[in-house]
Design a protein around this ligand. Structure first.
Ligand code: FVH
Length: 275
């Protein structure tokens, strides 16, 4: 595949699909787009994309098809009518879903002679196409080697194994880490706000530097065992977490916002019980 002029079809023009198509166009790829609801191709067409009026037409135009839709059901709904006559080369699925869904999708496509490279975008719309972005892929290594360079402008390609479920697995797990940080930050801000603190100064001067200091430790020391390292004393942490949950309640912060504290408290109590 000639990378610079690779023909790529993008199915789905939501927040990520649109940014992805624009990034590929800017990198010189020949891009055809399709979206269930027409009228979303707007500036992409003025930048050189071709807008297909149907899924079959879109797939036929590309040497490679990228699906970036809402969920697994939307991918199946989109592909089902065109699969029996699919002539568009491999499919790269950048739609989030579960491990089981990805494995079943690979089997379903294989039954129609279509090879799947499963994927997961580790980027948000403003970071797609930047140095920070990466894209997880799993599935046949030869397929990854062949198609990932064409999609590399979107984000650094990172192959995580032959199992088509693994891109979804790592994607979901990474998103879980992100939502944990996000829940913690939202709760922190809610607490400061509820007690009359200066939220902007708190975020800038306290929260962000603290989270940056802890990030490598949190990710590096995340662990599946029951125990907690001695220097992080499970009993001390359990008492601290109970205090934080009480302080949050006293401030009138909704209990739902402190779910992450309850998860950590559960973990500390389990470590204490296990001795
Ligand atoms: N946006 C983000 O920050 C995250 C970043 C990490 C990856 N996720 C996943 O990426 C997939 C697409 O996300 P998105 O942000 O582009 O999603 P939306 O803006 O909501 O667009 C959804 C598109 O899916 C189309 N669609 C929905 N249902 C169907 C269906 N039954 N048949 C065909 N297409 C469907 C929708 O079309 P329309 O509503 O405009 O007609 C949009 O094109 C997603 O898996 C994230 O989890 C995003």
């Amino acid at each position: 595949m000639n990378m610079k002029h690779a023909r790529i079809t993008v199915l789905g023009l939501g927040a990520i699909g649109r940014t992805l198509a624009r990034t590929l166009l800017e990198a010189g790829r020949e891009v055809t787009v399709w979206n269930r609801t027409p009228g979303k191709a707007g500036d992409l067409v003025s930048r050189g994309a071709r807008e297909a009026s149907g899924v079959g037409e879109a797939i036929e135009a590309g040497g490679l098809t990228v699906a970036c839709l809402l969920d697994d059901a939307s991918v199946r709904e989109t592909l089902a009518p065109v699969l029996p006559a699919f002539t568009g080369g491999p499919l790269v699925n950048l739609t989030s879903g579960s491990v089981r869904q990805a494995r079943e999708l690979a089997r379903w496509l294989d039954g129609h002679g279509v090879r799947l490279l499963a994927g997961g975008v580790l980027a948000v719309p403003p970071t797609v196409g930047t140095e920070a972005a990466s894209v997880l892929y799993s599935g046949p290594r030869d397929l990854f080697d062949r198609v990932a360079p064409a999609l590399s402008p979107v984000g650094r390609p990172h192959w995580v194994g032959e199992d088509p479920g693994f891109a979804s697995l790592y994607d979901m797990a990474a998103l879980s880490g992100m939502y944990g940080m996000s829940a913690g930050a939202d709760h922190a801000v809610a607490l400061v706000h509820a007690e009359g603190g200066d939220v902007e100064a708190f975020k800038r001067e306290v929260l962000q530097p603290w989270m940056e200091q802890m990030l490598a430790i949190i990710a590096g020391e995340a662990d599946v065992s029951v125990s907690v390292p001695e220097e992080y004393n499970a009993a001390m942490q359990a008492t601290g977490l109970e205090n934080m949950i009480s302080a949050s309640g006293e401030a009138g912060v909704p209990a739902e916002l402190s779910g992450h504290l309850r998860a950590s408290l559960w973990r500390m109590r389990r470590a204490i019980a296990a001795g």
